[in-house]
Design a binder for this molecule. Structure first.
Ligand code: ADP
Ligand code: ADP
Ligand code: ZN
Length: 215
């Protein structure tokens, strides 16, 4: 079993690397951002609540997010392990996660931090396009789809995420620095932190993660 957390600033490339790692290690993906986008698309009670926060670039309250992850961890199958993407994002979430894993007698293999400078992120998020149907991620310059505006995987329309507009991006970065960045130290102290340079091309970042996990 390989159980990974992938961390990084918004736009660092977490989702992009997660997609490759999932395929390579056959892991079960648990992305809180994806779960919230699905709930918003369905206009479910959780989706309606989450929308108020996500549109502003704010975090959804910890108790809501913790409940979701606890349910998923208790119910989902992960025969080869899991990849948690976008969770935890606060110290409260990290402590809640420790408790969930302890109850299930599961251990984290590593916490991957995809490290990128702020100015790179702005360019990445401005050009990010996501599939409105399957959530696949593209970039207009760095990872264009074969046919402009159309998903390579499922043929649906690509859209720009509402929270990728500049004002919300700056707010998300501020919140990352305040709430999420301290977690790097938390996992470093546990001896789990593995850092890769996220400014390299996607394939290089991926290879570096696989190499480090093999050590
Ligand atoms: P990005 O890939 O840009 O880092 P995500 O797709 O992971 O963003 O998340 C999108 C939004 O969903 C976040 O800005 C936040 O509002 C909400 N969200 C996702 N995960 C969490 C979490 N663990 N705690 C609170 N809010 C979350
Ligand atoms: P996150 O999940 O951390 O918010 P994404 O994986 O969605 O980040 O990536 C943000 C944007 O940057 C996307 O448009 C993606 O295609 C692009 N991207 C991801 N990794 C790289 C990379 N190593 N080099 C160039 N562009 C990248
Ligand atoms: Zn698609």
């Amino acid at each position: 079993m390989i159980n990974l957390l992938i961390m990084g600033k918004p736009g660092a490339g977490k989702g992009t690397q997660a997609a490759r790692l999932l395929d390579y290690y056959k892991l079960t993906h648990i992305s809180t951002g994806d779960i919230y986008r699905e709930e918003m698309a369905k206009d479910s009670p959780i989706g309606i609540l989450a929308k108020k926060y996500i549109g502003q670039g704010e975090l959804v309250p910890d108790n809501v997010t913790n409940d979701i992850v606890r349910n998923v961890l208790n119910q989902k199958d992960y025969p080869n392990g899991f990849m948690l993407d976008g969770y935890p994002r606060t110290k409260t979430q990290a402590i809640a996660l420790d408790k969930m894993l302890e109850d299930l007698n599961i251990h984290l293999t590593a916490v991957i931090n995809v490290d990128v400078e702020d100015k790179v992120l702005l360019v990445r998020m401005a050009g990010r396009r996501v599939c409105s149907n399957c959530g696949a991620t593209y970039h207009i310059d760095f990872h264009p789809s074969a046919k402009e505006g159309i998903c390579d995987v499922c043929g649906s329309k690509l859209i720009q995420r509402e929270d990728d507009l500049e004002e919300s991006v700056l707010n998300r970065l501020r919140i990352y620095n305040e709430k999420t960045k301290p977690l790097l130290d938390y996992y470093k102290k546990k001896g789990l932190l593995l850092i890769v340079n996220g400014e390299d091309p996607t394939a290089t970042v991926f290879q570096n993660i696989v190499n480090k996990l093999g050590e």
